[in-house]
Design a protein around this ligand. Structure first.
Ligand code: ZN
Ligand code: ZN
Length: 236
């Protein structure tokens, strides 16, 4: 698998400029001002990068038989199209839960559920954890619950489930404080959501005994040993 600091087109290292230059995106051919391109001059815009990330999420989920949503996101997170932080996590969390739920015996049509997750997840803006007070990884668990229960604004019991699962995930996420980390928030949201889903539906996804993050060194704002998933928090 390619390094995240390599060109998505040719795999060569990126180079950075001290002032932005006009670049044409290799995928959509629109022009942008950018501080970086690869040594060969390739440039990929943020929108195309994130769309490629979503494609990587959906295609992995369609082809795995895992019922462990943590393992599913940890594999997807290694894809070079997935940033350390970014709104693709708003789709990834729900997609991993839908996949693990189906593979654990949940009765859903996965391809159409994933398509719906893609559509809803992409609408939730990046930075909402700090600006709106509601992390997108938590909202993604609400989208997951809404999709598996066919909930709408007019539903009764499952309307409560969809809101409660988000609130459980969000309350857990809040306990660790900031700065935000899309990896920490995704793991936390998934653990809370898997537990809630088992309570309400009886479908038990597989959950690892402990979750160890392998992305800490890429995160400049990592909480280190204050993060429950940091390797130093998991030494026995
Ligand atoms: Zn290149
Ligand atoms: Zn583009």
């Amino acid at each position: 698998m390619r390094s995240k600091n390599a060109c998505l087109v040719c795999g060569r290292p990126l180079k950075y400029f001290t002032s932005p230059k006009q670049m044409e995106c290799c995928f959509c051919h629109k022009k942008f001002l950018s501080y970086a391109c690869c040594e060969e001059g390739h440039f990929v815009c943020d929108e195309c990068h994130s769309e490629k990330g979503i494609e990587a999420i959906i295609s992995f989920c369609q082809n795995t038989d895992s019922s462990d949503p943590i393992k599913i996101v940890q594999t997807i997170m290694k894809d070079p199209y997935i940033y350390m932080h970014g709104p693709e996590h708003h789709t990834m969390v729900g997609a991993a839960l839908l996949t693990a739920y189906r593979n654990a015996g949940g009765d859903i049509d996965l391809p159409s559920a994933l398509a719906e997750m893609h559509e809803r997840g992409r609408q939730y803006p990046g930075g909402s954890c700090g600006f709106w007070g509601c992390c997108g990884a938590a909202v993604s668990t609400g989208m997951f619950m809404s999709i598996i229960t066919d909930t709408t604004p007019l539903s009764t019991g499952t309307w409560g489930y969809s809101n409660e699962i988000t609130s459980r995930a969000l309350a857990e996420i809040a306990t660790y404080g900031g700065p935000r980390c899309c990896k920490r928030n995704s793991f936390t949201a998934i653990l809370a959501a898997a537990e809630y889903t088992a309570e309400k539906t009886g479908v038990e996804m597989e959950i690892p005994d402990n979750v160890i993050c392998t992305f800490s060194s890429e995160n400049h704002e990592c909480l280190g040993k204050k993060c429950p998933y940091h390797k130093s928090s998991n030494m026995i």
